[in-house]
Design a protein around this ligand. Structure first.
Ligand code: PRP
Ligand code: URA
Length: 209
């Protein structure tokens, strides 16, 4: 069964509260999402394996840890996932970036795909799918399914905010995918928005409403 990791940290919690405020500007919203992504990245990568290499320090020779695998792919779900990419790239500057474009139909809340572009060899990489919101879970679960259809298997999911319904949906469809979130809110409203949530992440990030 997939594990759900709630990254309960005072710095993350404080920044998330600022993002929730309806009068937070797009500029501040973007900065806060960037900062939280960087902080979350620390935990999302915690189980990355290391091996050792020989290094000559100015004092002596020694064996020191280095990442065992260095082919990582960050996959933002467009649009709002873009806001989580740069924080992770600061931690993993050599990571590749693939994009999946999905939007939710306003009445059915089903995810509709309009774009899919991955780096060559993505199926051999460790993949972190990023999207601030996990509401019904349809977008994330469809994105992961698409990656699997293209041969990918080593996938983890990083969201800022989740609804219990979204966590359950992803876990049911992808029991092999661990989920990392900053918080799990109460429920979805009838428009399938997270309550209390922070509103429409894409619109707030890009100032489109
Ligand atoms: C938002 C969000 C997720 C999706 C979550 O995107 O960024 O991708 O909704 O909802 P779900 O879990 O119910 O699928 P949206 O569809 O609004 O597109 P946008 O990022 O282009 O605004
Ligand atoms: N998408 C968002 O941006 N916000 C929600 O609360 C639900 C889906």
């Amino acid at each position: 069964m997939s594990e759900i990791h709630v990254l309960d940290h005072p710095l993350i919690a404080d920044k998330l509260t600022r993002m929730r405020r309806k009068d937070t500007s797009s500029q501040d919203f973007r900065s806060l999402l960037h900062e939280i992504s960087l902080l979350m990245g620390y935990e999302v990568t915690r189980d990355f394996e290391t091996t050792t290499t020989t290094v000559e320090t100015p004092i002596c020779m020694g064996e020191f840890p280095v990442l065992k695998e260095t082919f990582f792919t960050i996959v933002p779900i467009l649009r709002a996932g873009i806001g989580m990419v740069d924080g992770l790239l600061e931690l993993m500057p050599s990571a590749h970036v693939g994009h999946i474009g999905l939007y939710r139909d306003e009445s059915t809340h089903q995810a509709i795909e309009y774009y899919y572009k991955m780096p060559n060899g993505v199926e051999r990489s460790t993949i972190i799918v990023v999207d601030p919101m996990l509401a019904t879970g349809g977008s994330a679960a469809d994105a992961i399914e698409d990656l699997k259809k293209h041969g990918c298997s080593n996938i983890r999911l990083m969201n800022l905010l989740a609804a219990p319904e979204g966590v359950k949906a992803v876990q049911e469809r992808h029991p092999d995918v661990d989920i990392y979130v900053a918080a799990i809110d109460e429920h979805l409203n009838k428009e399938a928005y997270i309550v209390p949530g922070l509103g429409d992440a894409g619109d707030r990030l890009f100032g489109t409403k």
